[in-house]
Every structure is written in structure tokens, then in C-alpha cells.
Design a binder for this molecule. Structure first.
Ligand code: ZN
Length: 449
């Protein structure tokens, strides 16, 4: 704990989380940190020139980013050391064009993104974040990131008096039950004979989501030609526990992994091998997109590095075979209220160290060889290593590891910091685990073999 307090790592993590309400903001936050350390952004449409020891990064579709530091040796001789995480999280995506008005109340329609624990999104102040495309004067579409840090809405539950069985379990319907309440002008009440509020106030209150966005951007509604907007928790991260050893925040799955990789990548010394840090969008919806882990993005980048640093077309295949990858996502932490859901021999505890994630059916990429390599990194870093395996009668989740491993052929281990309440709007993790994960990843980046 003392090391963690000295390093200020949790403070950095908290700021990173605040700056990263969506995958787009996450990639932008990572890009800014890389810029500050002298990394050069590359454009996939332009020819590249690469230099040993220099950091570069490539952004695809604003939500995915791959950074790399060229090694002192050719990739065919020394390989790539890769670490990857995902920038997205499950939640509520706004349907900007649709506005639900009735009884003077304005509500915003939503769609589920991935698999959130829906009930946790209700009765919480929500803000709006994401990207909006604006038509420019010369007829092009320009992206702008927005984040209304002030709360703008809430998804209200039905009172228990109107559904006495609510606590026996309620199935929320995304179309009917999850629209976000934005305003209430009282105009429905005035129709029924009640006193109308001041008309100016009513007009202001009745502004729908599209008008909120246009007001924030200072552009007319007809210039908005596209959007990817999400409702996110308006409350910032909270640290608790006697020694501040726990953190509760939105999107810990998988901003924890992104931040750990970023910190380790930036702190690592250059090496013979080329170090690669990947931050993929769309893991929560299966990773199948032009910029997801189940795409050619990583292989494209590795192929271009090899094309520029190696000698011939065969060298990429030699480089991939000489490489290793650590896929960092969160792991299921042991939950004392539900011991029956865990195999106690493979139930990582909070602040017990990074967890290997293992499954016979390769829901995680880890095999015995990959497990051994990660354990050796933990040994070298002086960090304890835990192991997560689901009960034999439960199928665990999956992550980017198996997908990027299959696409690149790179031996991959799946690991993660233990986490409670995975896919809740707010999740809980151990700050010490985060510190230990950074140390192990740094060892990995610096010592490929
Ligand atoms: Zn995840």
C-alpha cells in the first residue's frame, strides 16, 4: 500500500477514469498521454517511416488505438511484446433522433449496448457523453466529442407500491422501461386544469436530447449528421477502505486494464523487441468491427511495422511466432455473499494480485505455456499471482484474448484485476491490484522472453 501511495497511481487512475466516459474519450485520453511523452501519431492513409526506440500510435474510428515502441532489433529477430485491453463498457446508448413527449415530460429513447446489469442504471443521475458528427461549411462531416459533466437525466423505477413483487426480480424492457427522463414542464397537468408554469420555463424544460446537444455544441440541429452518444454515470470515482484500498467507479471494466497497460508501456525501457499496447473498442458487443479485437487492426499494424523494419515478406511470420501477448481485462473477484457461485480454489480476492484467467474451452486464451510465462513475469516483478477458473458447471465470460490470438497466431495469456459487480454502472476493485498489474506488465514489456 505504501508503494501505491508513493506512486500516486490511484490518483492517476481516477483522473483517467474521469476523462474517459466513453471509448472515444478513452482513446483520446490515451493519445494525449502518449503525445505528452513524445509519441508520434501515424495516419493509416499515409506512408510511414519508423525509427528504433521511438513511440508511435495509430487511432482507428476514434475508439481504438494501437501504440508501439520500435525495438532495437528487427521484429523477425526479436518479435513483438503485445498487451491489449478494451476501451468500451456496457450501458445505454442514446437514440438521438427520437424524443418521447407526454404529460409535459421529455424522455430520451435508448438502446442497450452490450450486457449491462440494467437495474443499476436506474434512479441515478446520468450525464451524456460520446461523439457527434457535424456537417461543415464545405460539406464534410467533422467529429466532436462531448461530455455533459452535469447530470442531464434519470431512468426512474416504478414505485414498489405499483409493483409489490419488484424485489422478487423484474425484467426491464429496453424499449418501454429505460427511456431517460430529461425534463418536466407541467404542461400535462395544465391540460387537466392545473396552474400552468411560466411558459418560458416550460419551453426551456421541454428541450429534447437533440436540442440539448445542439445547445452544447452551438450548432443548429440540421448540421448534426451522425452520433454515437451514451448515458453514463454522472458521479465520479470514489476511493474507500481504511487505507483507500478500494475504488468504486464506472467503466472499471476495462479502464483498469487500459490504464495499467498505458502506465506500464510509458514507464518501460526500450528493448530489442517491439512493444505494442492495444486499446480496442467493441469488446462488449463481440469485438467484430473494423477496429475491434476480432479485426485485422492489430495484424495490419504489426504487418506494417515488419514491412518497414524487416527484410522480406516471410519476416512477419517469423516475428509473430516469436511474439507474446498479455490480454488484460478484469477477473471475477470472490464475492462473500454468493460463495456458491465460485470454486473456492480459483476465486481471486480483491488486492490479492493479478489473476490468470483459464478455461478448458478457451473462453480465455490462456494455455499451460501462457500461464507459465505470466507466472514468471509475476515472479520477476515480486507480485503474487492468483488464478480464476469458473465452477466446472458455469460457462465464464470471454474477452479479447482468444480473438486477437486467433487473428495473429500470437501466444496469449488472459489476465485481469479482480473486480466486483462486473457490468454494473459502478464496479469495485482493489487499488493494490492495479499497482501490481502495472508492475507485472512493465516486466512483460521489458522482457519478452
Ligand atoms: Zn471487460
Amino acid at each position: 500500500m505504501i508503494d501505491e501511495l508513493q506512486s500516486g497511481l490511484t490518483s492517476h487512475l481516477i483522473q483517467f477514469i474521469k476523462d474517459s466516459p466513453t471509448a472515444y474519450h478513452g482513446a483520446q485520453t490515451i493519445a494525449k498521454a502518449l503525445d505528452a511523452q513524445g509519441a508520434i501519431q501515424l495516419d493509416e492513409r499515409q506512408p510511414w517511416q519508423l525509427k528504433s526506440g521511438q513511440m508511435y500510435y495509430v487511432v482507428r474510428s476514434e475508439g481504438s488505438l494501437i501504440a508501439f515502441r520500435c525495438g532495437f532489433k528487427r521484429p523477425a529477430e526479436a518479435g513483438f511484446m503485445v498487451a491489449g485491453a478494451h476501451t468500451d463498457s456496457p450501458g445505454l446508448k442514446a437514440r438521438l433522433e427520437k424524443s418521447l413527449t407526454g404529460k409535459g415530460m421529455e424522455r430520451a429513447a435508448v438502446e442497450l449496448y452490450g450486457s449491462p446489469i440494467i437495474s443499476t442504471w436506474l434512479d441515478r443521475p446520468l450525464s451524456l457523453a460520446g461523439r457527434v458528427f457535424i456537417k461543415t461549411q464545405d460539406g464534410k462531416a467533422e467529429s466532436r466529442l462531448i461530455h455533459s459533466t452535469e447530470p442531464i437525466g434519470v431512468v426512474p423505477n416504478l414505485a414498489i407500491h405499483l409493483n409489490r413483487d419488484h424485489n422478487k426480480g423484474f425484467e426491464y424492457n429496453a424499449q418501454n422501461h429505460l427511456p431517460v427522463l430529461l425534463s418536466a414542464s407541467g404542461s400535462g397537468a395544465s391540460e387537466a386544469g392545473a396552474k400552468a408554469p411560466d411558459s418560458g420555463v416550460a419551453e426551456a424544460l421541454a428541450a429534447d436530447l437533440l436540442h440539448r446537444v445542439t445547445a452544447q455544441l452551438g450548432v443548429p440541429a440540421d448540421r448534426i449528421v451522425g452520433s454515437d452518444l451514451y448515458f453514463v454515470d454522472a458521479q465520479g470515482p470514489v476511493r474507500f477502505g481504511p487505507q483507500g484500498e478500494l475504488i468504486n467507479a464506472y467503466r472499471l471494466d476495462n479502464l483498469l486494464g487500459c490504464h495499467a497497460i498505458l502506465e506500464a508501456f510509458l514507464a518501460s525501457q526500450s528493448a530489442g523487441h517491439t512493444q505494442v499496447a492495444c486499446f480496442f473498442n467493441h469488446e462488449e458487443i463481440g469485438s467484430l468491427s473494423p477496429e475491434g479485437a476480432d479485426s485485422a487492426f492489430l495484424r495490419d499494424i504489426l504487418g506494417r511495422i515488419s514491412a518497414l523494419m524487416d527484410k522480406n515478406a516471410e519476416d512477419l511470420y517469423r516475428a509473430l511466432a516469436a511474439s507474446f501477448s498479455i490480454s488484460v481485462d478484469v477477473a471475477q473477484a470472490y464475492h462473500g455473499s454468493y460463495p456458491e457461485k465460485f470454486d473456492e480454489s480459483f476465486a481471486p480476492v480483491l488486492n490479492g494480485g493479478p489473476a490468470l484467467k483459464v478455461n478448458a474451452n478457451l473462453r480465455y486464451a490462456t494455455d499451460g505455456e501462457a500461464e507459465a510465462r505470466f507466472r514468471l513475469y509475476c515472479d520477476a516483478a515480486g507480485v503474487p499471482c492468483q488464478k480464476f477458473m469458473s465452477r466446472a458447471d458455469i460457462t465464464p465470460g470471454t474477452t479479447i484474448g482468444p480473438l486477437s490470438a486467433a487473428f495473429t497466431g500470437i501466444k496469449t495469456v488472459d489476465v485481469g484485476a479482480p473486480l466486483l459487480s462486473m457490468h454494473s454502472i459502478r464496479e469495485t476493485a482493489g487499488t493494490l491490484d492495479h499497482e501490481m498489474m502495472v508492475q507485472v506488465l512493465k516486466k512483460g514489456f521489458e522482457q519478452l522472453s
